[in-house]
Ligand binder design. Structure first.
Ligand SMILES: N[C@@H](CCC(=O)N[C@@H](CS)C(=O)NCC(=O)O)C(=O)O
Length: 205
């Protein structure tokens, strides 16, 4: 398998899951400014949507969309800690959390990574991020360690990756102490550390 990635972006979630489950894979970095990967391959020939992550399987299939990729990888490793629950309700709860993180929460950060966003749009986006963080703080206020059913899941990994962007929105996560503690816990996991190290981000974790 090969993961196409951009350091620190949402592709980091798939990267961490690959490391957590012990999958065999290689990495190839995408450079949006060139529209090409580090080996010079035209990226739209790999993913016509021109977004990371993309996961090229040994079969030749290419999977895209981060929420799908983390479920695919976890699903291939039923013995791992990140295995998807077999119970339909528990599995849907993981997908529910993943959907929130990969759509609403993830996308509320987009204006902070775009050069052409004006200050008013950034202020609206910041308020949205704050609203989502307050929702998460309420969730973790019941003493849970993880997002869903107090059991580690791919939604936690994706949530950790998005929480790494909070400072880019001009916010201090300490204002949401339970969410901050969750981010710290997740950053210490061996899979997180290995992926951050490989992406040259360990000091910024
Ligand atoms: N719907 C896609 C969106 C992925 C996405 O937003 N990727 C961003 C990084 S987090 C990206 O590729 N940015 C580079 C660019 O837009 O040029 C998914 O959920 O995987």
């Amino acid at each position: 398998m090969k993961l196409y990635y951009l350091p620190g972006s949402c592709s980091l979630a798939t990267h961490i899951v690959l490391r957590e489950v012990g999958a065999a894979f290689t990495l190839e970095r995408y450079d949006p400014s060139k529209g090409a990967t580090e080996t010079g391959a035209a990226y739209t020939a790999i993913n016509a949507k021109a977004r990371v992550p993309a996961l090229a399987l040994d079969s030749g299939d290419v999977l895209t969309e981060g929420a799908a990729l983390v479920q695919y990888v976890a699903g291939q490793h039923p013995g791992s800690e990140l295995a998807l629950p077999t119970d339909a309700l528990a599995r849907t709860r993981v997908q529910e959390a993943l959907s929130f993180v990969s759509s609403d929460f993830h996308k509320s950060f987009s204006p902070f990574f775009s050069a052409d966003t004006d200050d008013a749009a950034k202020a609206r986006a910041k308020a949205q991020v704050e609203r989502h963080l307050t929702y998460l703080e309420g969730l973790f206020s019941d003493g849970r360690t993880y997002f869903v059913d107090d059991r580690l899941s791919v939604a936690d990994v994706y949530l950790f990756v998005v929480l790494r962007w909070v400072e880019a929105a001009g916010l201090d996560l300490e204002a949401w102490p339970k969410v901050s503690a969750f981010r710290s816990r997740m950053s210490e996991r061996p899979g997180s550390r290995a992926a951050l190290q490989a992406e040259g981000l360990l000091d910024a974790a």
